[in-house]
Design a protein around this ligand. Structure first.
Ligand code: NAD
Ligand code: DAU
Length: 348
């Protein structure tokens, strides 16, 4: 095998798209998906890869040092792409410690495992997939650059900022070869329906209310998940050592506008009266410490690596709605806990 890449969090939303891209595009690489399968991890996301010779799965928690060591040994890991994390801001507000454990301690465990296993660091790469939320909140103008000072505002973003700092500290202190990318909001197939876009699609379908936090004035920059996976592939192969790359969609939306757009498109798809779904919009109590606006300047990855999004928002949102409407079983399974039965049948 040319490379043996450990992808953590591969059963989750973004990780599953990254694993699929690498397994299919690089048959000479061994791809090891390491995931402990929290509520957000789901091997059905990768059912099409089960028979691929270069794909392997390890059910391991990144907090388990010995188990990590074993995976590095068993698969002779040459590189890491680290996505495993607690990823939902609202959950970080109710249970910050879970975020410290997985995102901070888990990342440090993984860094230690890599540093120990790769006695000679030459040729290896530790890639940390991170978020634009580490930069804090923007006013109505301006963009996050790679040089923007860190200013995390939620327990989630504080934990991701901390893990980014540890990755840089391991590069500086031990000479670990690293790269980090900080991306804006992703959307697309396989996203757990606690995040805004799949939640709204799911609720419209089921005639349930659509909770909009505060006045819905907060702005996010949305990127189709497969375009993020392509950017990760480029940064992994061609990114400059120990550099950071911002990844974004050039696609800012106020939450209320995105919810109204989804209502309009879903009315058309479901043959409902125009305006029917908008009646479900309910303004609810704002998220505590809610960041006003995120917007990425993705000029560096564009100039250095030639990356830009290939899917327009119109195309991406259409694909996403179609996927959720076609995959009712997936939605039912991840929201009801039936997924555990699937896991038992396939993995014992
Ligand atoms: P997700 O919640 O969908 O998936 C996370 C995956 O990590 C799951 O499969 C889960 O089982 C696994 N996991 C969690 N804790 C683990 C542990 N202790 N050990 C092993 N596996 C564990 O997350 P996502 O939205 O796909 O995000 C993936 C990564 O990308 C995260 O690091 C996140 O911070 C980052 N990110 C996400 C977005 C976004 O919009 N979703 C944007 C930028 C960056
Ligand atoms: O910017 C990148 C980040 O994007 C990632 O690092 C996170 O992992 C990912 O979860 C996402 O964080 P957000 O908090 O921006 O995403 P979420 O889908 O939870 O919310 C998007 C916006 O919609 C946010 O302003 C809060 C609002 N919202 C969210 C939910 C779930 C609502 O108004 N109502 C809701 O029910």
């Amino acid at each position: 095998m040319e490379k043996s890449i450990l992808i953590t969090g591969g059963a989750g939303f973004i990780g599953s798209h990254v694993v699929r891209l690498f397994v299919n595009k690089y048959p000479d690489y061994r791809i090891v998906n390491l995931d402990c399968l929290t509520y957000a991890g789901n091997l059905e996301n990768l059912a099409d890869l089960e028979d691929k010779k270069n794909y392997h799965f390890a059910k391991v928690d990144i907090l388990e040092e010995m188990a990590l060591e074993k995976v590095f040994n068993d698969y002779q890991i040459t590189d890491v792409i680290h996505l495993a994390a607690e990823s939902h801001v609202d959950r970080s507000i109710t249970d910050p410690l879970a975020f410290v454990k997985t995102n901070v301690l888990g990342t440090v465990n993984l860094l230690n495992a890599a540093k120990t296993f790769w006695k000679n660091l030459e040729g290896h790469l530790f890639y940390h997939v991170s978020t634009d939320e580490v930069y804090g909140s923007l006013p109505e103008d301006g963009y996050f650059l790679e040089t923007t000072p860190y200013d995390p505002q939620s327990p989630y973003s504080a934990s991701k900022a901390s893990s980014d700092h540890f990755v840089r500290a391991y590069a500086n202190t031990y000479g670990l070869r690293t790269v980090i990318s900080n991306c804006s909001n992703n959307y697309g197939p396989n996203q757990f329906p606690e995040k805004l876009i799949p939640l709204v699609i799911h609720n419209i379908k089921n005639h349930k209310s659509l909770p909009v936090y505060g006045k819905g004035e907060n702005v996010r920059d949305w990127l189709y998940v497969e375009d993020h996976a392509v950017a990760i592939d480029l940064v992994f192969h061609r990114g400059k050592l120990n550099h950071t790359y911002n990844i974004g969609g050039f696609n800012e939306w106020k939450n209320i506008d995105i919810v109204k757009l989804l209502c309009k498109l879903m009315d058309q798809k479901l043959n409902r009266e125009p305006g029917a779904s908008e009646k479900l919009i309910t303004f609810v109590k704002d998220r505590a410490g809610h960041d006003l606006r995120y917007a990425i300047d993705a000029g560096k990855i564009h100039k250095e690596l030639g990356w830009k999004p290939s899917v327009t928002f119109e195309q991406g949102i259409e694909k996403t709605i179609d996927w959720y409407l076609k995959n009712e079983d997936w939605l039912e399974s991840v929201t009801s806990g039936d997924y555990q039965k699937y896991y038992q049948q396939h993995y014992g």
